[in-house]
Design a protein around this ligand. Structure first.
Ligand SMILES: [Fe+2]
Length: 485
């Protein structure tokens, strides 16, 4: 049920972001987004946007993976903090109090039903600008930087969740936030839910994680001043080799104008502006969740012809933004390679098979952390189908689900799709056929689409690059990309 009388939560306070490429990520946030580094503790840099009254909003931490750590939320008063802590403890999700740390006073740590690590606090350190950063206007936190994207403030965070219904119920019933929109699927479950603390259209979002993993991250968003800043942000990212995943574009949900990019560490970052829209009236949440709303698509144009979720992955591994500076490599597409299953030599010991789920803040899913290392590029795969009404939909969009790498040989196999019979199962909701272990060749009446990636510098004494093979199959080898030394 909604709690229109409760405004205990003030705003999203701070996010810890993991990056396997600390220096490059720091360059992105500090120099391209125009954030300011205010503290450095251990492997973490604390950064702020120019109009945040608190000390910082982003804690960037060097890690062996990407993803999100603890998210902090500020309450509106000490009493509000006590009320929410009591509710969290009653829900059995509390971890306990933490001592004051950089920028914030005592905080209470907890997790949501999906396992995301969070904390709430009231006491905070106000930002005091120095001579270099002093604004002309007294009601502005610091001087307008006038460089790069000029991200003004942290806006919202979007988590992936295995159970969006349960996560949303937590934010509604325990945290007393308001639901502004939701997307109901044909079977009745919710694929995405948007929550707001006050009049801003949303602060916390959950999108369904089609992999079933818990505790993963989809993106967080900065708000620049205007829609025009987002258009300019696309130019700036293009100019700086930052991978643009989507946009600039407009979501139908909450009417946000947005741009999705991948920062160099592989995390999806959004620049979003809700323009003048506010959810000002009480009861708007109730109206938004009427069943008639369920067919609302997530965006305008072609995005609106489907409905959430696009089953998007959390971003992980090597983002496309690395490509301009990445190592030289050759890619080819074909169905065959030497069957490493039949060659239990040293390469078998060295092989690394990777499935896509990302490690969460507690290290769960560590086996899925990309062990391939620098050099390989995980392809993006988009699977399309149609729903029960015959409407074309994007079934999934993200990195290929399975990769096997032979680092010693400089070779990786990225499994794109597979069929095992004729006629093949073309049902849009069918289980992902690449979920099984990679085998070569395809079975009788079956097919394989696989991208084989060969890094330079791995030729043997014969001038050949392993693996080579011979199978009773027709292989179509297509060179997708080639780079010379
Ligand atoms: Fe967003």
């Amino acid at each position: 049920m909604a709690h229109p009388e409760s405004f205990d939560l003030a705003h999203l306070g701070g996010i810890e972001l993991f990056t396997p490429k600390f220096d490059e990520s720091l360059h992105f946030f500090r120099d391209i987004c125009a954030m300011r580094e205010v503290a450095r503790v251990g492997d973490s840099a604390y950064l702020r946007t120019w109009d945040e009254y608190q000390l910082y909003s982003l804690k960037l931490t060097a890690s062996d993976t990407n993803g999100v750590g603890r998210t902090l939320f500020r309450t509106t008063s000490p009493d509000a903090l006590d009320r929410r802590v009591a509710a969290i403890e009653a829900a059995g999700l509390g971890h306990g109090w933490r001592e004051p740390e950089v920028g914030v006073g005592r905080s209470y740590e907890f997790e949501d039903p999906d396992g995301h690590l969070m904390g709430i606090y009231y006491d905070t350190e106000l930002y005091v600008p120095d001579d270099e950063d002093r604004p002309a206007l007294k009601n502005q936190a610091s001087a307008y930087p006038g460089r790069g994207i000029n991200a003004r403030r942290l806006d919202h965070i979007n988590y992936l969740a295995a159970d969006v219904d349960a996560a949303g119920d937590f934010w509604q019933d325990v945290m007393h936030s308001r639901e502004s929109e939701r997307v109901r699927m044909d079977d009745g479950h919710f694929a995405a839910r948007w929550f707001r603390f006050h009049q801003k259209s949303y602060d916390v979002v959950y999108s369904e994680d089609w992999t079933g993993e818990r505790g993963r991250f989809h993106h967080f968003a900065f708000a620049p001043d205007s829609r025009e800043d987002i258009l300019k942000a696309a130019d700036i990212c293009l100019e700086n080799g930052i991978y643009i995943e989507y946009g600039p574009y407009k979501h139908a949900i909450n009417q946000t104008f947005f741009l999705y990019v991948w920062e160099p560490g592989g995390n999806r970052i959004e620049f979003a502006n809700a323009q003048a829209r506010l959810a000002a009236g009480p009861g708007l949440s109730d109206r938004a969740v009427e069943p008639g709303r369920a067919r609302q698509g997530p965006g305008l144009g072609h995005e609106d012809r489907g409905h959430l979720p696009h089953a998007r992955h959390a971003v992980r591994g090597e983002p496309g933004g690395d490509r301009p500076a990445g190592p030289r490599r050759a890619l080819s597409a074909g169905s065959g390679c030497r069957s490493i299953d039949r060659h239990p030599d040293h390469r078998l010991q060295a092989r690394q098979e990777v499935t896509r789920p990302m490690k969460n803040h507690r290290g769960e899913g560590a086996a899925s952390v990309d062990p391939i290392g620098d050099g390989f590029h995980v392809p993006r795969r988009v699977v399309t189908g149609h729903d029960a009404q015959g409407v074309s939909v994007v079934v999934s969009d993200g990195p290929v689900p399975v990769t096997r790498a032979l680092p010693d040989d400089g070779v990786a196999f990225h499994e794109v799709w597979a069929t095992d019979a004729v006629p093949a199962d073309i049902h849009a909701g069918a289980e992902d056929p690449t979920a099984g272990s990679i085998t070569v060749p395809p079975p009788q009446h079956g097919t394989r689409i696989r991208i084989n990636e060969f890094l330079p510098g791995h030729l043997d004494e014969r001038g050949l690059q392993s693996p080579v093979h011979r199978t009773e199959s027709i292989d179509y080898g297509i060179v997708l990309e080639e780079r010379s030394h």
